[in-house]
Design a protein around this ligand. Structure first.
Ligand SMILES: *Cc1c(COP(=O)(O)O)cnc(C)c1O
Length: 221
């Protein structure tokens, strides 16, 4: 499994120190994560809460765990004691549940609002207006145990650089706009295996890379 170490080194050489690399390990066995860990990787992303819990329990405790998938509210409680960043938040209802579970553990959980930038109908996420509504809501101010640290988005699945540049730069603009009012905004999560270079060119501070590190996924997720 030397390829995992080699892939990590290749990607790290491509990106600067101020971009965080999230190794997306969904569907991959624990031994693959162990190899990445031994190669120095400390930030991992999963998209199923139960799978992340199993891996958290099996692996060293200095790993930072990111939930990147669409959230099932009734499962937030299983990860509230350890999750470091939740990327895919798309409603006040979900924030309310995260706040409640974080409070039970006396923690503040960092969250990103997911913005729908792709033109594809299938992608999750908030419209630009919905992002503003959440950030300006009084209800959000009452949530003492969540912190919105920035935004996340997924571009259209395409190799067309014009489309990718357009979608990523739109997200960057939304991010910059809100950062003025929200200095706690420090994270712009955009870019995956196929498009992280374009994400970074457009101001990404965090990339979520799976198949370019671990190879093709083991099953459909
Ligand atoms: C699976 C996934 C990734 C990683 O995808 P790759 O193309 O394998 O790098 C990134 N972000 C999200 C939200 C994902 O679900």
């Amino acid at each position: 499994m030397n390829y995992i170490k080699e892939n990590l080194e290749k990607i790290r050489a491509d990106i600067s120190n101020n971009v965080t690399l999230v190794a997306v390990s969904k569907t991959k066995p624990i031994r693959d994560l162990q190899v990445a860990y031994e190669a120095g990787q400390r930030v991992f992303g999963e998209n199923k809460i139960q799978e992340m819990v199993t891996k958290y329990e099996a692996l060293p405790k200095d790993i930072e765990w990111h939930m990147i998938g669409h959230l099932q509210r009734n499962k937030v409680k299983y990860m509230a004691h350890f999750v470091d960043l939740i990327h895919g938040v798309d409603s006040l209802k979900t924030l309310k549940e995260i706040n409640k579970q974080a409070h039970k553990h006396n923690r503040v959980i960092n969250c990103l609002l997911q913005v729908r930038i792709a033109k594809e109908e299938t992608k999750f996420g908030l419209t630009i207006d919905e992002v503003a509504n959440i950030l300006n809501s009084d209800e959000l101010k009452s949530f003492t145990n969540v912190k919105i640290s920035g935004l996340m988005g997924m571009a259209t699945f395409t190799k067309n650089e014009d489309i990718l540049n357009e979608e990523f730069s739109e997200l960057k603009n939304v991010y910059n706009h809100h950062k003025k009012q929200h200095p706690e905004f420090t994270i712009l999560s955009m870019g995956m295996s196929g498009d992280y270079k374009i994400g970074i060119k457009n101001g990404s501070t965090m990339i979520r890379v799976g198949s370019s590190i671990f190879g093709a996924r083991n099953y459909i997720s």
